[in-house]
Design a protein around this ligand. Structure first.
Ligand code: UDP
Length: 476
């Protein structure tokens, strides 16, 4: 057991100006000034359970980076836990999404194991925080730390990055488990108004939608040649030419990186550059419905030029807080091997290297840009950052009409929404976009504007500053 201090590179918030409209720029000036005033003598602690993999880590890296670049002592600590703890928190995660997960109980024994681990982590944190600081805890893994941290006198905000609307009994079971801790926090943040749990105090609620960082390796602009060079270096693009620039890219800290690691691929033949491509990038999680994407692709995508499918996700051995990844990947691999050969040869399963977060990110960036259509066929999704990531790159996205995806895509204009069980319509939407590149391009351009207006960092930082203002004035 121990806490991990995640190293965060300071990022210059000034560069965010480049993506702002004049009105947004004025609001952002206010955010920067007010944020510095509020936090000049405090440390802003962020606590979650993994430094890599998944949307929360992705957002923390850039938001904390901009806060640090803006002169705030913002820090990121990742807690640790044993296998039992992560089994229980994965169960909570699944139930909060309305799904059963491994089907196990959330009773007194689980509560005792959960509290044991939270208490150990909270004890270590309690030694480090001062009452004048602020603590932001993220997701179910950290909720049990709230009571102990409050004893130190520090204000504590808890943020749920998952949610479900409408809730079912499985979600309520997870709420009941977590509410005794969460209700004590000074404030709680949900990603959508519909996600707030019954039994929590509405006066302490703030709604903040997630965001993406337009300048990170995951999303920064890439020239066509860089896209190809990165994909070739990662083993995700084959063609007959041999002279390509080296696969260099700008790291989050501004230095130059180079893609050195290859994806581990399950495929019958290499993915050629010229073929039309549908891609989904997700952790190996049943709620991302990789089997549904496979089935829909196999049965219902009938485009003119034999499209290919890439299902990409992190190398399953690397994500600390996701014990189901290997199992889910094995299921996907088994389903792949049972596809008829004429389909199987057009499906590629990619385990992306995780040794270097920036390298992983730029490979995702290139893959999303390479895809003609991006899928996010999840069964549940608190927000679904991959959707905004692909929209920002001007890609048309076909995604499930669930959770936070509904906030991002306006059906028929900035993407397509499909009911998650409707494989036929999913296939028709994908085929339609593959067959009509002009339509796809129009939709992609509208998608990019929507992300610029609603889902970039400055709006997110502004809402955090407002929240801290209200929490700190409440304490005063
Ligand atoms: N992601 C990644 N590499 C992968 C798979 C996913 O960097 O191999 C990223 C993805 O680009 C996105 C995040 O992980 O930034 C996933 O966030 P999302 O909100 O879509 O889903 P979550 O994993 O949080 O459920």
């Amino acid at each position: 057991m121990g806490l991990e201090d995640v190293v965060v590179t300071p990022l210059d918030p000034e560069r965010l100006r480049a993506v702002l409209t004049p009105d947004a720029l004025a609001a952002f000036e206010h955010t920067l000034t007010r944020g510095r005033e509020l936090l000049q003598s405090r440390t802003l602690w962020n606590v979650n359970s993994t430094a890599y993999g998944g949307g929360v880590a992705e957002m923390l890296r850039s938001l904390i980076g901009y806060a640090r670049g803006g002169g705030v002592d913002a820090r990121w600590v990742a807690i640790t836990g044993d296998a039992e703890f992560f089994r229980i928190t994965k169960r909570l995660h699944n139930r909060l999404h309305g799904h059963e997960g491994d089907g196990g109980p959330l009773g007194e024994a689980e509560r005792a194991a959960y509290e044991r681990c939270c208490a150990a982590n909270a004890e270590l944190m309690a030694k480090r925080v001062r009452p004048a600081d602020v603590v932001l805890l993220h997701d179910p893994q950290t909720a049990g730390m709230i009571p102990r941290l409050l004893q130190t006198g520090v204000p504590v905000v808890w943020r749920a990055h998952v949610g479900i609307d409408p809730p079912n009994d499985l979600a309520r079971e997870a709420w009941r488990f977590l509410i005794p801790y969460v209700e004590q926090a000074d404030a709680y943040v949900f990603s959508q108004p519909d996600y707030i749990w019954e039994g929590l105090d509405p006066a302490k609620l703030t709604v903040i939608a997630p965001s993406i960082d337009a300048f990170s390796p995951k999303n920064h602009a890439m020239a066509f040649t860089s896209v190809i060079a990165v994909l070739r270096a990662a083993g995700l693009a084959a063609d007959r030419h041999h002279h390509y620039p080296r696969a260099v890219f700008e790291r989050l800290d501004g230095t130059v990186g180079r893609v050195e690691s290859k994806a581990r691929l399950v495929e019958e033949g290499q993915l050629w550059l010229g073929v039309p491509l549908l891609a989904q990038v997700s952790r190996w999680d049943r709620l991302k419905d990789p089997l549904g994407v496979l089935a829909a692709f196999a049965e219902h995508v009938h485009a003119d030029d034999e499209p290919h499918l890439v299902l990409a996700g992190p190398d399953v051995t690397a994500v600390a807080d996701d014990p189901e990844g290997e199992e889910v990947f094995a299921e996907v691999e088994a389903a792949w091997s049972e596809l008829p050969r004429r389909i199987r040869r057009r499906v590629h399963l990619a385990l992306l290297p995780m040794v270097d977060a920036d390298e992983n990110a730029v490979i995702v960036n290139a893959l999303q840009r390479r895809a003609d259509v991006v899928a996010q066929k999840s069964l549940a999704e608190g927000f679904g950052l991959t959707v905004s990531e692909a929209m920002w790159k001007g890609r048309p996205v076909v995604a499930s009409r669930i959770g936070g995806i509904r906030e991002q895509i306006e059906d028929g204009r900035t993407g397509f929404l499909v009911d998650p069980g409707d494989l036929r319509t999913f296939g028709e939407r994908v085929s339609g976009l593959l067959n009509d590149p002009h339509d796809a391009e129009r939709m992609g351009a509208a998608a990019q504007t929507r992300v610029r207006d609603l889902f970039l960092g400055p709006r997110h930082l502004g809402q955090y500053v407002e929240l801290l203002e209200s929490v700190l004035s409440g304490r005063a």
